[in-house]
Design a protein around this ligand. Structure first.
Ligand code: C2E
Ligand code: CA
Ligand code: CA
Ligand code: CA
Length: 274
């Protein structure tokens, strides 16, 4: 991407983001995003506990305005879903993530976020499996993150797509666990490879009740034999709490911020030189 050298590229700062963009401008921008090279991907490390090693990366989409400023995913993702642009952007992001991972960390698992609009798109499982096969990545190294808020568990067609992708060998992760209405029901309906607990629960673990809640959620997931990842780890104290609770994986600013593949690679070189 032509923006990869920009300082604004690596860290998404919601305060600095251009959120005042009108709906039509955004729709137009999304239409040309690919051809104009306005879309890019950032990768946030996923750390294994207790080994402390980076074992994966989450792919986070970034959209730039023509002036180079970033548009918040909270703004452009819903619009891309409404307009349907997310479907093609999503295929592009999967291909991009697989290619970037070959350069960054060929053993790592890479996850991509997938919205309901994408799962409902005709031929979605076929397109995804074609990309994975063409790029030659082992299917088990790609994970699809599906958010709990999504009502796919009530939609047989969308659920069928998920099952097709899982039988191809992809990992299926449940994102934002604890925030949606599906809750326990979706844990019963579907066997996930990993569950991501929303950062809100970590923030609430300051209080005694919040900590018990987090402990219960982790116990619930582990009881089903599923690995747990907690998002939004920002302090050493939070990390200690999660280690004590037996969390399998963590993600957050403490461990690493989302960054371009170029940024990650240049940091790795800095470390090598020390
Ligand atoms: P998400 O999937 O829950 O992604 C995690 C969000 O938390 C990211 O925001 C990430 O930058 C942020 N984050 C990571 N560590 C920390 C931390 O320690 N503290 C705090 N406060 N935040 C942290 P981002 O990049 O703005 O993405 C927002 C949402 O946009 C994502 O939430 C996801 O639902 C959606 N999204 C992003 N990329 C894609 C994509 O390629 N496709 C789809 N369908 N959705 C995407
Ligand atoms: Ca603007
Ligand atoms: Ca996610
Ligand atoms: Ca999440």
């Amino acid at each position: 991407s032509k923006f990869s050298g920009r300082a604004t590229w690596t860290i998404f700062d919601p305060e600095a983001a251009d959120d005042d963009m009108s709906g039509q401008n955004l729709v137009d921008l999304l239409k040309t995003a690919r051809t104009e090279d306005l879309v890019s991907t950032a990768y946030q490390p996923i750390r294994d506990l207790p080994s402390g090693r980076t074992v994966g990366y989450e792919t986070l989409m970034r959209l730039h305005d023509f002036d180079g400023s970033l548009i918040s995913p909270q703004v452009f993702i819903p619009e891309a879903e409404r307009s349907g642009a997310i479907v093609e952007l999503g295929y592009w992001a999967i291909e991009r993530a697989i290619r970037d991972m070959k350069r960054l960390d060929p053993q790592a698992t890479v996850s991509v976020n997938v919205s309901g609009v994408q799962l409902r798109a005709p031929g979605f499982p076929l397109r995804v499996t074609e990309i994975v096969s063409r790029e030659g990545m082992p299917a088990s190294q790609l994970a699809l993150e599906i958010t709990e808020g999504m009502d796919i568990f009530l939609e047989p067609q969308a659920l069928k797509a998920v099952e097709e992708l899982r039988s191809f060998g992809l990992q299926i992760w449940l994102d934002d666990f604890g925030t949606g209405y599906a809750g326990l029901a979706c844990l019963r309906e579907y066997e996930f490879d990993l569950i991501k607990i929303d950062k809100g629960f970590l923030q609430d673990s300051q209080s005694e009740v919040g900590l018990l809640m987090l402990e219960d959620m982790i116990g619930l997931v582990h009881h089903r034999g599923i690995r747990v990842l907690v998002e939004g780890v920002e302090t050493a104290n939070q990390l200690r709490i999660l280690e004590n609770l037996g969390v399998d994986l963590v993600q957050g600013y403490l461990v690493g911020r989302p960054a371009s593949v170029e940024k990650h690679l240049s940091r790795a070189h800095e470390t090598d030189a020390l």
